[in-house]
Design a protein around this ligand. Structure first.
Ligand SMILES: [Zn+2]
Length: 110
């Protein structure tokens, strides 16, 4: 018996189950090879989504750091931009760490 990801909802189900416990997807209607292919495809799509999220987080982090150190002047929004940049850098750094962790977990799964 093996544990696979349900093609319907992505949750873990036994490959011997006729229907998914979580969403009722008819697993029996598909042979195990097409199920494995589907879950592989789903995983590589999720992985590439996470990788582009990670890239975006790095870009936002760099932009935030840049805004933090740049001299925006003392008029209008000028004095506030470094604070916004700092907050942006902090948020994107946390986002980056979360995305990294999710990529790590995804790669560890078989
Ligand atoms: Zn399901």
């Amino acid at each position: 018996m093996a544990i696979i990801s349900c093609p319907g909802c992505g949750k873990k189900v036994s490959d011997k189950a006729a229907t998914c416990d979580h969403c009722g997807f008819m697993l029996g209607a598909h042979d195990s090879e097409s199920l494995a292919r589907k879950s592989r495809l789903q995983r590589s799509q999720q992985l590439s989504r996470l990788v582009s999220q990670q890239m975006l987080a790095i870009l936002l982090f760099i932009a935030g750091i840049g805004a933090f150190f740049y001299d925006w002047g003392t008029t209008g929004m000028g004095p506030w931009i470094p604070y916004i940049g700092g907050v942006l850098a902090a948020i994107s750094f946390i986002w980056y760490l979360i995305t990294r962790g999710r990529i790590y977990i995804l790669k560890k799964q078989r």
